[in-house]
Design a protein around this ligand. Sequence first.
Ligand code: GLU
Length: 296
Amino acid sequence: MDRRSSFVPSGYRGRLAPSPTGYLHIGHARTFCTAWKRARAAGGALVMRMEDLDRERSRAEHAEAALEDLNWLGLHWDEGPDVGGPFGPYTQSERTDIYLAAWRRLHEGGFIYPCLCSRKDMAASLGAPHESAGRGQDAEDEPVYPGTCRTLDASACGASGEAGPRGLNWRLRVPDGEAVEFEDGNMGRQRFVAGIDFGDFLIWRRDGVPSYQLACVADDAAMRITEVVRGADLLKSTARQILLNRALDLQDPQWFHCALSVDGQGRRLAKRHDALSIRELRRRGRKSDEVLGSAV
Ligand code: GLU
């Protein structure tokens, strides 16, 4: 099946943003298919952005496989690492200058503070903080930070940020108690309370890598994305990103979160579900329509 259609540019700009940390599974296939359909229905453009900031877990072979598997499903994009475009590069590891500029604006505006808590004190939040679906799974979402370093005298401990973020973790100070509300195009009105549903979240990591939240808002703005289509496990991240957009004086895109696919035990599909990877289903001779429509 070829889902390529005649491209008529409109104001709509959507994106597909896979992380190349494993093979894509049928949950990704469905969400990306929805993103593709919405962009085409709007007569807009679709951007492919490779979110490879997690240096330890990202693999070039997974990035290549993601592009190939999605093309095999009949999904095509107008801009991306393989096809180029006016807002490139489309691979996050090549966009550090853009993230540094955003970090600087946050620093100048006094929105962020250095955090000296050890790695052990906090969960890493380099990748998108997905929430697990049901059944007593440990939450994978970034835990609420207790605020230990909020009142730290940054210049007294040589962490003024004059020389950039290097060597330190940086967090955004969230407005405790404030409800962040938004209208989701698929899931309706959403409401998350800063300081309760999420805390001061990571913006930059001491190993020199921006957090998912910062990279995502900087890229969505720079690539002029008008609607973000992604899994419902990132709803809480959307509330964080709304606060980041506000701090950076950027306009929010529209939001459209897709219901998550779960396995037979009610667990959210993850890249560990190899049997449900698009790659494996292809290997077993399944057709693209079957993969998109298949029950788990
Ligand atoms: N790269 C993220 C992931 O695969 C998706 C982030 C997004 O769509 O905002 O989990």
